[in-house]
Design a binder for this molecule. Structure first.
Ligand code: GTP
Ligand code: SPV
Ligand code: MN
Length: 615
């Protein structure tokens, strides 16, 4: 029998002895019973309860270095940084293998792949049978959100991957404090994970929302394997949020401090690899910096929002770290991210330089070894995988806000939706009211990216950036969003942005990154009643003079395109949105269809000249 890590007190496998630490045992019967049951099914050689300590991660890292799971990067330039090369067939989320298993198929909706829960359990359990023979089973208690926040929720992930343990330790509040909260509360989300044999034909990521249970096998990749993240905090979380009256969203949370010292918090939903991490830690353009503008990072991927007593939406970031896209990150685009990943970081599927520094497309210097460990040859494609990622504690970010630990969260002033829209969609517009904002979110479209397996650059509808993550029927989800518009609420204003509009030459028209603050300033000034706007059928647009464009080198034609509303194009878009919404049939709230018809009618009644606001 292997004793596992040589950790302080590994518990050798024996069904009778597998228990949570004694002092917490009283309330933990459900957890202990489940761990017993899983151990009987998967048959690990050893079981290790993770306490989250320094000693534990040191031993685990040493073991992974010894067996090649982690490769030490240059300790002079990148202290305590590690490279993990995944199986080349396991580099992204796989949406077609991701299931939501509700007893009634309609409750999962046409937006999810579905299987009958009993059938799915039977099929998955057959794959889990004996899968941990020769391996150590890790029991990871974790808390999503500040450990003392009433908005936070706990879970336990069982996994046979030490790489998952190391990532969960960065991404969540993991270990003894989480176990103590589980003991107090008695409820937790159960996540069972095994890398299995990494065969894509035996890979499944399966959710049982009614049972607060996740089963994932055959992948070690982030969103498939770090079960606290997309599986718990979004798919199971959104299902719980619907039942309990809050929102679990694929959103960054950023605080913008103006020169008067006032901070406004913005929550923004962009699909995977569409700019959340970058916006969450942007560095203001020089003029703004000199004037005293500051940016505070609360979260870069997930937002849990709940109505406060004051009727405002209060938000926490359930995560403790960033699992960010490496390619494209540079001193030019995101200096805060570069500072954040300069130490204590796990890099997955990046390339390395001659002196063993991590490298990806967008950085200066040259790779010598690609993400698969081969000598770099451009004929093999990019040196880093396009979905190469860094895992790093959020506290290392220079703009990290201490309010990320606030138990009640931060109040949200504005909600922003956006995606990759090379044509039609202007730089920014404001929804006229909440119901219109819900339509704007529901109508979101974006080009697919390397964050999920499959074709890249294909336009698809991705309502609220939740297409891969909404744990129930989108029709019910839209109704849930609409339900917040009620007496006593002080709802945020809703906006739509597009950093990805392209010119005829195929290049982005808007500089993006730090300059996106120019748009956020207008958004905040709209919330406080300070900025002007022009009404159009699709919503309120800034006139050019409403936006601070000083110091930007943009030609007049590019600007005109960024601020234009093409009525013909939008009429077609509204028709397509109507057809899309009809796909949700009976479950689609009538109010949303009425809103779509209102906008379509407004567009029909206007002509291009009347709604052109450029100039
Ligand atoms: P996930 O972690 O997959 O949810 O992605 P994300 O939404 O956090 O996206 P991220 O900020 O990592 O950006 C993904 C890619 O988009 C990177 O290559 C960025 O360099 C690029 N990007 C981000 N912001 C902008 C922008 O304002 N303009 C342009 N042109 N590209 C951007
Ligand atoms: C995304 O794909 O939206 C991510 C990375 O943030 S993952 O955790 O894999 O979902
Ligand atoms: Mn994401």
């Amino acid at each position: 029998m292997r004793m596992g890590l040589g950790l302080p007190s590994p518990v050798p496998f024996s069904v009778a002895r597998v228990r949570a630490p004694k002092d917490m045992a009283s309330q933990l019967t459900a957890l202990n019973d489940w761990v017993d049951e899983v151990a009987r099914l998967t048959q690990p050689d050893a079981i290790h309860w993770c306490d989250g300590s320094e000693a534990e991660i040191r031993a685990l890292t040493a073991q992974m270095e010894a067996d090649g799971t982690l490769i030490r990067l240059n300790p002079e330039t990148h202290p305590n940084c590690w490279l993990h090369r995944s199986n080349p067939g396991d580099v992204a989320r796989v949406e077609k293998l991701t299931l939501v298993c509700t007893p009634n198929r309609e409750d999962a909706g046409p937006n999810n792949h579905w299987e009958d829960p009993a059938a799915a359990h039977a099929r998955l359990d057959a794959l889990f049978e004996g899968c941990m023979k020769g391996r150590t089973m890790y029991v990871i208690p974790y808390c999503m959100g500040p450990i003392d926040s009433p908005i936070s929720r706990c879970g336990v992930e069982i996994t046979d991957s030490p790489y998952v343990v190391a990532n969960m330790r960065i991404m969540t509040r993991m270990g003894t404090p989480a176990l103590a909260r589980i003991e107090r509360e008695g409820t937790f989300v159960k996540g069972l994970h095994s890398t299995g044999d990494l065969d894509p034909d035996r890979r499944w990521i399966v959710h049982f929302p009614e049972e607060l249970t996740i089963k994932s096998i055959g992948s070690g990749y982030g969103g498939n394997a770090l079960l606290g993240k997309k599986c718990h905090a979004l798919r199971i979380g959104s299902f719980q949020a619907k039942r309990e009256g809050w929102l679990a969203e694929h959103m960054l949370i950023v605080g913008i401090e103006n020169p008067q010292g006032e901070v406004h918090y913005i929550a923004a939903a962009f699909p995977s690899a569409c700019g959340k991490t970058n916006l969450a830690m942007l560095i203001p353009p020089e003029g703004y910096r000199k004037a005293g503008w500051k940016v505070w990072t609360i979260g870069d991927d997930i937002c849990w929002m709940t109505p406060g007593e004051d009727g405002r939406l209060w938000a926490i970031n359930p995560e403790a770290g960033f699992f960010g896209v490496a390619p494209g990150t540079s001193e030019h685009t995101n200096p805060n991210a570069m500072a954040t990943v300069s130490r204590d970081t796990i890099f997955t599927n990046v390339a390395v330089t001659a002196d063993n520094q991590p490298w990806w497309e967008g950085l200066p210097g040259e790779p010598v070894t690609d993400w698969q460990g081969r000598p770099y040859d451009p004929a093999n494609g990019p040196a880093a995988h396009p979905n190469a990622r860094f895992t790093v504690s959020a506290r290392q970010c220079p703009t990290w806000s201490e309010h990320a630990e606030a138990a009640r969260g931060v109040p949200i002033s504005a909600i922003v939706f956006g995606g990759r829209r090379p044509s039609l969609v202007p730089l920014v517009f404001e929804a006229r009211d909440w119901a219109h904002g819900v339509l704007v979110g529901a109508a979101m479209g974006s080009e697919t990216t390397a964050a999920a397996a499959g074709a890249v650059g294909v336009m698809r509808r991705d309502p609220m950036a939740m297409k891969p993550f909404c744990g129930y029927n989108y029709g019910d989800y839209f109704a849930h969003w609409l339900s917040f518009d009620r007496a006593g609420m002080q709802l945020p204003k809703i906006f739509h942005v597009n950093w990805f509009r392209k010119g005829a030459d195929g290049k982005f028209l808007w500089p993006g990154f730090g300059d996106n603050l120019r748009v956020l300033e207008w958004i905040i000034d709209r919330c406080t009643g300070k900025a002007g706007a022009e009404e159009t059928p699709i919503g309120l647009l800034p006139r050019m003079e409403d936006l601070d464009l000083a110091g930007l080198d943009l030609d007049a034609a590019a600007l005109a395109t960024l601020f234009e509303v093409d009525a013909d194009g939008w009429r077609g878009e509204l028709e397509a949105i109507g057809e899309y919404l009809d796909g949700y049939g009976e479950r689609l709230p009538q109010r949303l269809r009425e809103e779509q018809q209102r906008v379509a009618t407004a567009l029909g009644a206007s002509n291009e000249a009347a709604i052109a606001v450029a100039g």
